[in-house]
Design a protein around this ligand. Structure first.
Ligand SMILES: Cc1cc2nc3c(=O)[nH]c(=O)nc-3n(C[C@H](O)[C@H](O)[C@H](O)COP(=O)(O)OP(=O)(O)OC[C@H]3O[C@@H](n4cnc5c(N)ncnc54)[C@H](O)[C@@H]3O)c2cc1C
Length: 411
């Protein structure tokens, strides 16, 4: 029977092991004592594992540009993923287009994957760091380090195929420390610089002194003055900069632009469902109330905005008493287009995923490495990253399944 090694027991690794185990003897290695350490933290512990709108438009990276992503998402689409998890015994439900386990516990997703691996005879080697991978006469030999007993061992039996699913660099405490990039470079593969994505942005323009203030908003990123992308949803404004899901979705683009020395500005529209003219009309009516933002924004948001308007628009004059039509126009324009110059972004310790990684040009459509038969990569270590909402886990599961199935085709 063919022997397959899977390195990394995250979403991609467990799925690769399950797929490969249909006709191979599979060994799964992870630094952690048990599989799925990051998976358990996803979706605030609820695990948003796929989305009703899975499509390539929701991703960025070289695997999208060369069509590999498209092939994988067509073969392993949302319905495939839901049916697969159902067949493992998972009940799920949908909220705002996002799929979660019915239990609302990431543990349920992890449990069904672990159970499936047990049924299929996958051998899990926990607390085992893979230090090196060598390919000799078409077989893969691993240098392993037993983290519990502090000793180095070498796998001398060798494997017919090796699937690397070691993740990116996001949340490194979960074990994802970019080791796959090191393995890829040792095999001579081309890389795209890994950067944090789905992370907060940093701005000196932040005037919010309170704890984070939340609001529904439309945020738009401009790079060197040009429109880059927009996202609508929950915004969190902290005293270091804008955050929240809609900001996360733009953060990968901003991080890359800043690295390239470009200027990034984020525009926030706090009432995207109303035109500027409609906001003017609303504000005019609200001048009759004791507080102009009464019934429009939360108290916390109102206090902070009033302070900003006082300092930046009104030269220290309080926003109270008679408000002229001209001032109403300026306030409306401010609410529709609050600007933050972005100076930085949250690092890997606070980001949810990594953009960049192993370039798609290294790979064939079955996720095998061109010119190195039997070697596969899957999951977040690849140069692809998706929006918030289950897109990253979907890709990790789908690409893991693809690499696991493809590894069986290797002669
Ligand atoms: C806080 C948080 C919340 C998130 N929420 C969501 C969400 O709700 N929905 C969503 O779609 N995505 C979410 N994500 C992103 C998603 O979790 C990842 O994209 C996905 O888990 C990546 O899976 P992976 O298997 O490729 O890598 P990982 O899950 O990072 O797994 C890699 C594994 O490889 C192991 N490993 C690494 N190097 C070695 C080595 N040398 N030897 C042995 N083992 C090694 C690691 O220990 C780790 O277990 C979230 C991420 C974070 C951090």
């Amino acid at each position: 029977m063919k022997k397959v090694a899977v390195i990394g027991a995250g979403a991609a690794g467990m799925m690769a092991a399950i797929a490969a185990s249909s006709s191979a003897e599979v060994s799964l290695f992870d630094k952690n004592m048990s599989p799925g350490r990051k998976l358990l933290q996803t979706g605030n512990g609820k695990c948003n594992f796929t989305n009703e709108g899975i499509s390539p438009e929701r991703y960025r990276g070289s695997l999208k540009e060369n069509g590999i992503l498209d092939g994988i998402l067509k073969e392993y689409d949302r319905d495939f993923m839901l049916d697969l998890f159902s067949s493992f015994g998972l009940l799920y439900h949908k909220k705002n287009g996002c799929f979660y386990p019915r239990s609302d516990s990431a543990g349920s997703v992890n449990d069904v994957l672990i159970n499936e691996m047990k049924i299929r005879g996958v051998r899990f080697h926990g607390s085992t760091l893979v230090k090196n991978i060598e390919r000799v006469n078409g077989r893969f030999y691993l240098t392993l380090y037993d983290l519990q007993n502090n000793n180095k061992t070498k796998d001398d039996t060798g494997f017919d195929a090796c699937i690397i699913t070691t993740g990116g660099k996001a949340a490194p405490k979960t074990g994802s420390t970019g080791d796959g990039y090191y393995f890829a470079e040792n095999f001579g593969l081309k890389m795209v610089q890994p950067l944090p994505a789905l992370t907060k942005l940093i701005s000196d323009d932040c005037f919010f002194n309170d704890n984070p203030v939340r609001a529904e908003a439309l945020v738009t990123l401009y790079i060197d003055g040009e429109f880059s992308a927009s996202s609508e949803g929950e915004l969190q404004i902290t005293n270091t900069g804008p955050s929240g899901i809609c900001v996360f979705d733009l953060s990968g683009r901003a991080a890359k632009a800043l690295k390239d020395g470009k200027k990034c500005v984020l525009s926030v529209d706090l009432l995207p469902e109303y035109s500027e003219e409609a906001v003017v009309d609303i504000l005019k009516k609200h001048t009759e109330y004791p507080e102009i933002f009464l019934g429009i924004f939360s108290e916390k948001l109102s206090i902070n905005i009033r302070e900003k308007i006082k300092n930046d628009l009104f030269n220290g004059r309080e926003l109270s008493g008679e408000i002229s039509d001209r001032d109403i126009l300026r306030i409306a324009a401010f609410i529709k287009d609050m600007r933050f110059t972005i100076t930085g972004y949250g690092d890997h310790t606070v980001s949810q995923v990594t953009s960049g990684g192993i370039h798609g040009d290294n790979l064939d459509h079955d996720l095998s490495v061109k010119g190195i038969p039997g070697l596969f990569f899957a999951g977040e270590c690849l140069d692809i990253d998706g929006d918030c909402g289950g897109f990253n886990l979907h890709f990790a599961f789908a690409s893991g399944y693809k690499a696991g199935s493809s590894s069986l085709d290797k002669e």
